[in-house]
Design a protein around this ligand. Structure first.
Ligand code: NAD
Length: 252
């Protein structure tokens, strides 16, 4: 992991931090001396991630939560606890997300909106509730996890690219709106990254796609975390509204 001195002591909120890309981000921020509140969808996954983070040694710099991301009340309660403990929120990583592979002929409204609710609505809600704290400090960084499908789309599961195009739109719109408040808003667009999300997809399809990656390998969660750390740090002080492809050259 790269080291960014400007991340030392910063308070970071990371959704979807229990595994995959989010977990690598948690580890990266901890390794940079930040204080990390990570979110998962269930208490048991939060507890098992806490064990991995060696809670005893790091108990002053890590908190785990599992708020319902559709509940403003639960998110506010969580943020109150974070503020009571660490004073504020400096950096938000909107990483929680679900993929999809359904054919258009199999969709119903409910399924489509479930994907949008977690990938778009939850990111907007967390941003809306964290941005005022950053504005008060005159400085903040928000990084959204988009996807290469936000550029390239895919042949099924159209709710997923639809949601990630929306994430890009939200990133660019809020970068324009929040720049005057000292808040930078960027996104990373991962390619094919070896996480549970990709393990759930058809192996033959993944192999065929991997053969076309210029850097000749699938990505690792740490590749994405490195880009997130950079965008969150002062090394990216003049970058906002960017959708940074981290995909081995596949699409971006
Ligand atoms: P993952 O499935 O390993 O992890 C997803 C995370 O999101 C988990 O921590 C999970 O707890 C959280 N999450 C999912 N549904 C939730 C819900 N309803 N409420 C709260 N939390 C929920 O996936 P990953 O590959 O690490 O993906 C992380 C992000 O990266 C996602 O936004 C995904 O769309 C994006 N992404 C992944 C890839 C890839 O190849 N793995 C590529 C492009 C983009």
């Amino acid at each position: 992991m790269n080291q960014y001195p400007s991340l030392q002591g910063k308070v970071v909120v990371i959704s979807g931090g229990t595994r995959g890309i989010g977990l690598a981000c948690v580890q990266g921020f901890l390794a940079n001396g930040a204080k990390v509140a990570f979110l998962g969808s269930r208490q048991e996954t939060v507890d098992s991630a806490l064990k991995q983070f060696n809670m005893e040694q790091r108990k002053d710099s890590i908190l785990g939560f599992c708020p319902n991301l559709q509940s403003e009340t639960e998110i506010k309660e969580m943020l109150d606890q974070i503020v009571d403990t660490w004073g504020s929120v400096d950096i938000l990583i909107n990483n929680a997300g679900v993929s999809d592979a359904k054919s258009i002929y199999e969709y119903d409204d409910l399924h489509f909106s479930e994907v949008m609710k977690i990938n778009v609505d939850a990111a907007f809600r967390l941003t809306r509730l964290c941005a005022p704290m950053m504005k008060e400090k005159g400085k903040g960084a928000i990084i959204n996890t988009s996807s290469m499908v936000s550029i390239y789309a895919q042949r099924s599961g159209s709710a997923y690219p639809t949601s990630k195009f929306a994430v890009n739109g939200m990133t660019k719109a809020l970068a324009r709106e929040l720049g005057k408040d000292g808040i930078r808003v960027n996104a990373v667009a991962p390619g094919i990254i070896e996480t549970d999300m990709v393990k759930a997809l058809d192996a033959k399809m993944i192999q065929a796609m991997a053969a076309n990656i210029p850097l000749q390998r699938l990505g690792k969660a740490e590749d994405i975390a490195d880009a997130v750390l950079f965008l969150a740090s002062d090394a990216a002080a003049y970058i906002t509204g960017a959708i940074l492809s981290v995909d081995g050259g596949f699409v971006g």
